[in-house]
Design a protein around this ligand. Structure first.
Ligand code: G3H
Length: 250
């Protein structure tokens, strides 16, 4: 059956010293068992030290982005091989900050996803609508179009490497969370969209995370929804106690 996952996206917040301090705090607070996988996504320069510092924990270190090309003259980019060489097995692709601030298109995200999956990476593929799209009643169409364009090139076995993160853009870093009902509605739509393309088994096995102002105070209610399999957590993941309290919501 599909996995529950709580992933902390640290975004561009922690330098090396902060990364190691936060991992140290997480290690102090970690319980023996969680009913979910735990992931953290530090910045690229901190991936290798973070990987080494978490070897004795259940925490997986994941990357926030990757280049679609294998190697060569792509100044400033980081390849899949480079991530794998420092122990990274999972990458976040298509975060709304990449889509909106760095103008990453559906086509580019599809290329990144395919390249990562072909190299054996697990991908946390992000999707989500803006407030105007929700207000206009276009939220489901917006999100399913992102999924169709970004993922539906994959075959059924490649889909096993995909985790979806639904993050309504209006709820990211704003303190405004989608209600558990709004999250469930969209997650169910996403699952049935996957079901229509890949069948029952794939739909049932795909983890769908919710992201957008997840906190210890709202995680339990959101994670209790049947199609919500965890969270992609931004702000609250920068504090070890908050992050682990969210993981404890399962
Ligand atoms: O990747 C994480 C999301 O952007 C959510 O961020 O928890 O700060 O709203 P947030």
């Amino acid at each position: 059956m599909r996995k529950n996952i709580v992933a902390g996206n640290w975004k561009m917040n922690c330098d090396l010293s902060m990364t190691q301090t936060l991992i140290g705090d997480l290690k102090k607070e970690l319980k023996a068992d969680y009913n979910c996988e735990l992931m953290i996504a530090p910045s690229h320069p901190c991936l290798y030290p973070a990987f080494n510092n978490t070897l004795d924990t259940p925490i997986e270190v994941v990357a926030q982005n990757v280049c679609e090309h294998e190697k060569g003259a792509y100044t400033g980019e980081v390849s899949i091989d480079m991530l794998q060489s420092v122990g990274v097995k999972t990458v976040i692709i298509g975060h709304s900050e990449r889509r909106d601030i760095y103008a990453e298109s559906d086509e580019l995200l599809a290329a990144k996803t395919l390249a990562a999956v072909e190299k054996g990476m697990r991908v946390i593929f992000c999707c989500g609508e803006h407030l105007e799209q929700r207000k206009a009643g276009n939220h489901v169409n917006t999100v399913t179009a992102q999924i169709e364009k970004g993922l539906f090139q994959l075959d059924t076995s490649q889909m096993e490497q995909i985790v979806i993160a639904y993050e309504p853009v209006w709820a990211i870093g704003t303190g405004e969370t989608a209600s558990p009902e709004q999250a469930q509605e969209m997650h169910a739509e996403i699952r049935s969209f996957i079901q229509a393309k890949y069948g029952d088994m794939t739909a049932r096995h795909t983890s769908i995370l919710y992201g957008g102002s997840v906190k210890p105070s709202n995680a339990k209610e959101i994670f209790a929804k049947p199609d919500v399999d965890g969270g992609l957590v931004g702000g609250a993941s920068l504090d070890a106690k908050s992050f682990l309290a969210i993981a404890d919501a399962f």
